[in-house]
Design a protein around this ligand. Structure first.
Ligand SMILES: O=P(O)(O)OC[C@H]1O[C@H](OP(=O)(O)OP(=O)(O)O)[C@H](O)[C@@H]1O
Ligand SMILES: Nc1nc2[nH]cnc2c(=O)[nH]1
Ligand SMILES: [Mg+2]
Length: 158
């Protein structure tokens, strides 16, 4: 991804912040359980799902494999691998909800599951049952797995 493709307003998240926020989500989810298992929405939901699974001592993990964004551009939603059942007793985890397109598609498949994300934007927020942090719709969340530390020039030279 070239820097020009990334929207001007970003919300960078470090590994430490992600771990803290995923643990906060686990705290919030404690009251709703116990859960049969977790469905992680790939790929972004996998790291949050691993952290929540560790905290809630859930060892049964399934995936629903969905692709819709090519870098920052939203394309057609493709379900690469589906899940069985109606989601009763299951917890669905994704990293974030943005327009809500992904969440809507998963909810249609698993209408009885509890849907949780770490981050939420206003358009997608009504589709999640639990989340931790809201960011504005025009903000791009930068996850630690998509970023790296690098040198930057002094402000005076930018
Ligand atoms: O609410 P929406 O507008 O549907 O956007 C949210 C989805 O977009 C991202 O996934 P993406 O399709 O980029 O795939 P990835 O998880 O493999 O990065 C993110 O992980 C969510 O699943
Ligand atoms: N990394 C990332 N992926 C997304 N997919 C949809 N919205 C976002 C976002 O804000 N950040
Ligand atoms: Mg995703």
């Amino acid at each position: 991804m070239s820097p020009s493709d990334i929207p001007a307003k970003t919300f960078p998240v470090s590994w430490w912040e992600l771990h803290r926020d995923a643990r906060a989500l686990a705290w919030r989810l404690m009251g709703n359980g116990p859960y049969e298992g977790i469905v992680a929405i790939t790929r972004g939901g996998m790291v949050p799902a691993a952290i929540v699974a560790r905290e809630l001592e859930i060892r049964l993990i399934d995936t629903i494999c969905i692709a819709s964004y090519d870098e920052t551009v939203q394309g057609e939603l493709v379900v690469l691998k589906d899940v069985q059942g109606d989601g009763t007793g299951w917890l669905i985890i994704d990293d974030l909800v943005d327009t809500g397109k992904t969440a809507r598609a998963v909810r249609e498949r698993l209408p009885n599951a509890h849907f949780a994300t770490i981050y939420a934007k206003p358009e997608g927020r009504p589709l999640v049952d639990s989340f931790i942090t809201e960011v504005s719709q025009d903000t791009w969340i930068l996850f630690p797995w998509d970023t790296d530390m690098q040198a930057v020039p002094p402000l005076a030279r930018r």
